[in-house]
Design a protein around this ligand. Structure first.
Ligand code: ZN
Length: 109
């Protein structure tokens, strides 16, 4: 994996910050990386994004918006890989995916 591969685009980060009502600064500071396999909806073909992933976690009651918003204010880095469903933002299909996501905090503790 190259250094910049899977880094979530700023457009998506802005949408996530609006969705979670969190300051974009905290989210940018985490430099979120995200990949889903498959990376496209198997029904409509639209790309599954970090925003869809965040919205799905909320829609399926895995995490509250506050939990996810607060998370971006913590100073720890983390990486997770697991199978999960992502709800397509376009057609609402629940797609089975293998997700890798990572947050890297560059600020000194
Ligand atoms: Zn779809």
């Amino acid at each position: 994996m190259s250094e910049n591969e899977d880094v979530v685009s700023d457009d998506i980060l802005i949408s996530v910050s609006e969705y979670l009502n969190q300051d974009i600064k905290f989210i940018r500071d985490k430099t979120p990386r995200f990949s889903a396999d498959p990376c496209h909806c198997d029904s409509c073909g639209v790309e599954l994004t970090f925003l869809d992933f965040v919205k799905t976690a909320h829609a399926t009651d895995q995490h509250s918006k506050k939990f996810m918003s607060d998370f971006f204010e913590q100073s720890k880095s983390m990486k997770k890989e697991f199978n999960t469903v992502i709800i397509c933002g376009n057609c609402q299909r629940a797609v089975e995916t293998y997700v890798i996501y990572q947050y890297v905090n560059y600020c000194p503790i």
